[in-house]
Every structure is written in structure tokens, then in C-alpha cells.
Design a protein around this ligand. Structure first.
Ligand code: MN
Length: 744
């Protein structure tokens, strides 16, 4: 902690101006009582955090004030949340107690502050992170504001993360993209979601982030000229409607552009939809729909539409409340341009999601989309047997982005996540319908239970009392609800089997004059089971033969074993399977890396085959249970999962030694050419000109288009980048992309 500084005049000015900014940012009407409460909360917080400073050195109080401002301005929350946000850190960090807060502000605010404090206090780096998430998510169903304030807290911490050590930054980024970004999306907070993703990318892939940011800046003038060329003819016609409207071009986020570059495997220069054009009309509620379609008609009169890109989320809003009309048209120079048409009200919901949704809620008389979703979450939480990791996984599958609309035989619409199956549909109707589902018809045709639903499908489920779920069903569903219902049915079955297995073991032990309760855990451990229930069930199923129980001793009524019978993995294996072919790169010496500041050789590390780090890459270390310490790239596809759910097993790692070594880097090359010519040129460039070694090279393609996979042996990222640049400049090569691993 930096030394405690006395309040300076500068500090006071800073704090007061932050507070004034907060007051100005409040968008909802507040009365005199609200105003007094906010003032009171501010004064308590200033006093309580008086001696604290943030890592950056600024007064700590600026953080809660800013979190309150984000709640007010960016999420659109009201006075209750603003007061709670101002107080969100006082109970944990200062001498102010919850009782004080309850006395001064009442139950509602005290409960929110309590929720926020618990989220913080129970954080324990030695337990799986999933527990912590479960707590965050559980607060959702009681008062969504707890989670919304938590997100404001998180986004402010992310915006000011620079003062943190790198490994903490990485961990926070992993958590954020694992849970906070999808949650923001689910709650309709698009701006927040986008910012989370950009801030994460800035931490995990800084170079790529900077490069795209720079290119966006460099091409700004050109882009604005193009946008004007696109918009000007529209304005003329829109003016004739005699309504208030706004029209502008908005650049897409850096992370979404980067995803496109990766997904489509094209360079920045070839991505044209770097922006979307948005038209926002200011009209009365009942005129919204006809006016939006009138605008659509104007847009498509001026620019040719691509009909299959029309998306009407006005007639059927997305389940997070999003309403808008999207279309893609062909603009000047033949480029595709996405146009979004909506009303001011829809825009507010799109930007600020949940809070705005509630603001307009009374007006609409339809089944509330959020209520349905929160019901789903409640379902997930009811299942007490579920461990935290399972809960988070199931929860995440409820944070779907895209959805599919299907109908019951009576014509009622059901919204399910994209990718949902016929069996998911059955469970969405009712748990019992799911449990007893024997056959499913889609559009009057019998389909497998795992059939993936399509928009407009009409689905009919046949049930039978004798049917019940089995293991395989888990592979045929994607929704959290169905998964958790199937799992709990299976567990119920397991419990019945276990009861019978338990009796068998009890008999066996009573022959030996041993007590079951005292000895069951030890026997379970001996056979490598996580718990006694699994042991009992395996006994009943005959997987374990009790007559095997031979090599043991009995000491004071306890059964003892000298060596475990078999090993069953206790935790999910995260590392990718080892490559079938052994690494041909030279065995690396063990002193290339420092781990947590110590020489890496003490950790006996190796390099992960799921992402193949090369000297110079951003890296971290992960302590596996059976696989030892592995070095991964921070851009590894598994990094998010490792850091989020097993954060306590990640260690800081840095390259310490520049002595030459050999690493494998995998590249995908695409282009248009005849195969043999390219192979010659590529191998010539790599081996002869650059003097590097090729470990493997394969090519496939047809009609002049090819895709090649090349595995290179390089000394460091400089050499790798040199090779990528050289390959890109070859005739017949269009793209060169580094990939994580080859699927040989
Ligand atoms: Mn905080």
C-alpha cells in the first residue's frame, strides 16, 4: 500500500468535482428525500474511505463515486442503486457497519450493500472461482441491482486496471470475459458488454488491439466520407417524413473486428463493415412500428437490400428485450452496409438494457421476457446437489446470444437458444414432459430427440409414463434447464442404486465386524471414487467386486489400505491431449522462464500443446493435477476456463532467458494458386532464404483455392513474425494466420 497521504486541497477538489459529475449524470427524476440520501451516502463514504488510496495513488473514494456514476449514467439506475453504489465498499473496508447503514438508509439499501459485501468477503483465492460466481449469480434472482452494481464496479476496475500486476490483470480479464461480458449481454447492456470485451482484449492481446485501433484511426477520414456518401441521399427522403430522427454511422468495436479477422481469416483492409448505420426515430409509442417500416422502405429504395439479411426484432423482440429492425444493403462501391432502424425508446433499451426495460415495462402487456429468464435461473439454483462449477456451466448455457423461435401444436411461440434441440423443447414445456418424452414430431415428421430446432418449426412431443432420462440424453440438450433436470433425474436414479449397493457393502463389512459409516469414505478413496455414493452405485452395478477387497489391514475398527486400487481423475482435465507425434523440436532447457519470479527449473515445467507458446509470447503457468506445470499463451483457447475456474492454480510466468531454443508454431496459409508451385515457394522461402526448419506441411484445396497447414520450428516470436511477413509477400499467398495447434 502506498503511504497514507493527508487530504490535500487538490484531493478535495478532485472529489467534489467527481461528486458534481455524479449528480449531473442522474437521468431519472429524484425527489428531495433521494437527494438527501445520496448526499448522506456520499458524506459517509468520504469519511469512511478518508485514509485509503487506490493502487494508482488517487483517493479511494473516487472509485465508489465513479461506480455510482456508471450506475446512473451508463446503466440508467435510480437513487436506490446510486446510494448502494456509493456505499458498496464501506462495510468491507472501513469501520462503518451494516447495522449503521440499515439504521440510516433502511432495509432495501442495507440488503443490496450486504449482497455486494458478501460477494467480496467470501472471495477466497484457494477455493474454486466457481463458488464465487455462484454467489454473484445467486444475487440476481433476489435483486438484480446487486449484479448491476457489481458490473459497474467491475467495469470501473477494468478501466483503471493499469496499476495492477500483469498476472492479476490476466485473471480479472479471464473472469470478465467468462461471466461478466455474457451476463451484460443477457441483461441487454450492449455498451457494457462491448466495453468488457475490448478491455479484455487490451489485456490479453495488446499488440493486436493496438494495431486495429491504429488502423481504425488511420482510416477514419476515408470512412466518414463513405458514411456521408451513404447517408446524404437518405436524409433528403427522411426529411419528407416530417418526424424527428437521428442518423449516424457507428464504428464497430475493436474486439468484434478482431473476431471477424480471425473467423473469416481476412486482413483488416478487407473488412468493409467496420461500421453500422443507425437511424433512430423519435415518435409516439403506437407509431413506432409503422414509422420504422417506412424508414426501412426509404433505405431500401435508395440502396439495394439483401433480403435474407433482414431481421425484424420489432415484431418479435429478442429475449433480452432488444428491439430493432436490421437490414444489410449494398452501398456505394458495392460494399455491404448494415442499417439498424429503431425508435428512441428501443435505442434506450438497446443501450441500457435491463434498467430501461423496467422503465417501460408497465406499458407493455406481454409476458415479461426477463421474468421467464429469471425463472430459469431460479430452477437452476433449486438443485442443491449441484456443485458450483456445474451451476456456473449450466448458467452460462442460459446466456445464449442467438435464439430460435418455434411453436407448440396450439400455435404458442417458444423462444429457445440457437442450437437447442427437440428434447430441449420438451423440457421447456414442462419438466414432466421432458422426463417422459418418447418421440418428437417436427412439422409432422418424426425426428431424433437431438434434432436441432429451426425457426418456425412446429414441435409436438409424445410422452409415456414408463420413459425416463438416461446418460445419453445429456448429449442431446444444450439448455441449462434441460441439462440440470436430466442430471437431477440421473442422480435420483443413482441414489436408488446406491441404496442397494450400500446394503451389499454393509453386509460385507458386518462379516468383518466393521462399521459402514466409519469405513465407507476410506473404501471409496481406495477405489478412487469422489464420494461414497458413487462407490455404492458401482458396487450395485457390479463394477466393483467386493471379493476383491483383500489387501487391507484392520486397525481399531478401521479398514486401511497400503496402496490405492485405481486412480480416477478428481478434476476435469484441461490440457489438450498430447500430440500423437512427439515434439521434434529440441528439448528445451528448463531455465527459459521465471515462474512467480523464481527460476522455472524448480517447477519442472513444460510447454502446453494446446497453444504452443513461442519465446516472446505473453504467457502464464498452470499447475495441473496430473500433468505438472504447463506454460500456456495468454491467448490460449483454454486460458479463460483455466484462469476463471482454477485461478488459484495459475502462476505468473515470464521469459527470462534469451538463449536460443526451439519452439513449434503452427500457421494456416490460404491463397489462390496451383498447389505444387506454392509448396515450392513456401518451402524455398522458409528453408533456403530464412534458414528455418519445417516440421510438417500439408495442403488441401480445389479449383485453384488452397489451404495449407505448416508447422515451423522457430526460436522466438521475432523469427515467427519474420516468417509470417515473408510468407504473406509470396505470390499466390492471400492470408497467413497463426493457429493454436494442428489437428494432426
Ligand atoms: Mn469496488
Amino acid at each position: 500500500m502506498p503511504p497514507v497521504a493527508q487530504d490535500t486541497i487538490d484531493d478535495r477538489k478532485l472529489i467534489q468535482s467527481a461528486y458534481r459529475k455524479l449528480l449531473k449524470s442522474i437521468k431519472v427524476n429524484i425527489d428531495e428525500t433521494d437527494r438527501k440520501n445520496i448526499r448522506k451516502a456520499y458524506e459517509i463514504a468520504v469519511e469512511a474511505h478518508h485514509e485509503q488510496r487506490r493502487k494508482s495513488g488517487e483517493p479511494y473514494i473516487l472509485h465508489p463515486i465513479e461506480v455510482a456514476r456508471i450506475c446512473a449514467e451508463e446503466i440508467g439506475l435510480g437513487p436506490t442503486a446510486i446510494v448502494a453504489a456509493l456505499l458498496h465498499d464501506v462495510v468491507e473496508d472501513t469501520s462503518v457497519t451494516l447495522v449503521d447503514i440499515r439504521e440510516r438508509f433502511g432495509d432495501k439499501i442495507a440488503n443490496i450493500v450486504d449482497g455486494l459485501t458478501k460477494l467480496k468477503r467470501d472471495f477466497n483465492p484457494n477455493t474454486a472461482q466457481a463458488e464465487n460466481f455462484k454467489k454473484v449469480l445467486s444475487t440476481l434472482v433476489y435483486d438484480v441491482r446487486v449484479v448491476l452494481i457489481k458490473m459497474a464496479d467491475r467495469v470501473h476496475n477494468m478501466r483503471t486496471i493499469g496499476a495492477m500486476p500483469k498476472h492479476k490483470q490476466l485473471r480479472i480479464a479471464a473472469e470478465t470475459s467468462y461471466i461478466y461480458a455474457p451476463l451484460a449481454h443477457r441483461l441487454g447492456l450492449y455498451n457494457l458488454k462491448t466495453e468488457f470485451q475490448d478491455l479484455c482484449m487490451k489485456i490479453t492481446e495488446r499488440d493486436q488491439y493496438d494495431e486495429i485501433a491504429r488502423k481504425l484511426q488511420d482510416t477514419k477520414r476515408q470512412r466518414n466520407a463513405y458514411i456521408n456518401e451513404f447517408i446524404d441521399p437518405l436524409r433528403e427522403k427522411l426529411d419528407e417524413l416530417k418526424i424527428k430522427y437521428r442518423i449516424h454511422g457507428r464504428p464497430k468495436s475493436i474486439s468484434s473486428i478482431y473476431n471477424k479477422i480471425k473467423k473469416k481469416n481476412v486482413p483488416f483492409e478487407e473488412i468493409y463493415d467496420l461500421f453500422a448505420v443507425r437511424i433512430i426515430v423519435d415518435v409516439a409509442r403506437e407509431k413506432e412500428k409503422p414509422i420504422c417500416w417506412q424508414v426501412y422502405s426509404i433505405v431500401t429504395d435508395v440502396h439495394t437490400p439483401i433480403p435474407e439479411r433482414l431481421k425484424d426484432w420489432i415484431t418479435t423482440p429478442k429475449s433480452n428485450g432488444y428491439e430493432s429492425l436490421h437490414t444489410t444493403v449494398i452501398g456505394p462501391k458495392g460494399r455491404y452496409v448494415e442499417v439498424q432502424i429503431r425508435s428512441e425508446r428501443m435505442d434506450e433499451i438497446a443501450e441500457r438494457g435491463f434498467a430501461a426495460h423496467w422503465k417501460y415495462k408497465e406499458i407493455k402487456n406481454q409476458q415479461d421476457l426477463y421474468d421467464a429468464w429469471l425463472d430459469n435461473i431460479r430452477d437452476l439454483m433449486e438443485d442443491v446437489d449441484k456443485d458450483a462449477l456445474e451451476f456456473v456451466t449450466d448458467f452460462k448455457s442460459n446466456l445464449f446470444n442467438e435464439e430460435v423461435f418455434v411453436y407448440t401444436p396450439k400455435g404458442d411461440m417458444k423462444i429457445l437458444p440457437k442450437g437447442a434441440t427437440a428434447l430441449d423443447f420438451a423440457f421447456s414445456i414442462h419438466t414432466d414432459v421432458g422426463y417422459h418424452c418418447t418421440a418428437i414430431k417436427v412439422n409432422n415428421r418424426l425426428v431424433p430427440m437431438g434434432y436441432e430446432l429451426e425457426n418456425g418449426d412446429q414441435v409436438q412431443v409424445t410422452t409415456s409414463k414408463n420413459q425416463k432420462p438416461n446418460e445419453d440424453w445429456l448429449k442431446m440438450v444444450v439448455t441449462g434447464r434441460a441439462k440440470s433436470k436430466i442430471k437431477s433425474a440421473l442422480r435420483e436414479d443413482l441414489r436408488k442404486l446406491a441404496d442397494m449397493g450400500k446394503e451389499m457393502l454393509e453386509r460385507k463389512l458386518s462379516h468383518l465386524k466393521l462399521d459402514l459409516d466409519i469405513n465407507a469414505d476410506n473404501i471409496a478413496k481406495h477405489y478412487g471414487f469422489k464420494n461414497r455414493m458413487d462407490l455404492f452405485a458401482s458396487i450395485y452395478n457390479g463394477y466393483i467386486n467386493l471379493s476383491d477387497l483383500r489387501e487391507y489391514r484392520i486397525e481399531h475398527g478401521r479398514i486401511m489400505f497400503d496402496s490405492p486400487k485405481s486412480k480416477i481423475q478428481e478434476e476435469p482435465v484441461i490440457e489438450a491431449p498430447a500430440p500423437k507425434r512427439p515434439r521434434k523440436a529440441k528439448a528445451v532447457s528448463k531455465n527459459l522462464i521465471t515462474i512467480n519470479g523464481e527460476p522455472g527449473e524448480q517447477y519442472d515445467y513444460s510447454f502446453a500443446s494446446c497453444c504452443n507458446p513461442v519465446m516472446g509470447d505473453d504467457i502464464f503457468a498452470f499447475v495441473g493435477t496430473n500433468t505438472g506445470v504447463k506454460i500456456h499463451r495468454t491467448a490460449c483457447p483454454n486460458a479463460e476456463n483455466m484462469m476463471t475456474n482454477f485461478g488459484y492454480r495459475t502462476l505468473n510466468a515470464e521469459w527470462s532467458n534469451q538463449t536460443s531454443s526451439e519452439f513449434i508454431a503452427n500457421l494456416v496459409i490460404t491463397g489462390i494458386d496451383d498447389g505444387p508451385g506454392v509448396i515450392e515457394r513456401v518451402t524455398g522461402e522458409i528453408s533456403s532464404k530464412l534458414g528455418m526448419n519445417i516440421r510438417s506441411f500439408s495442403m488441401a484445396g480445389d479449383e485453384g483455392y488452397y489451404e495449407g497447414k505448416i508447422s515451423l520450428i522457430v526460436a522466438n516470436t521475432n523469427q515467427l513474425n519474420l516468417a509470417i511477413r515473408a510468407l504473406k509477400s509470396l505470390k499466390g499467398v492471400s492470408t497467413v494466420t497463426r493457429i493454436d495447434q494442428t489437428d494432426e
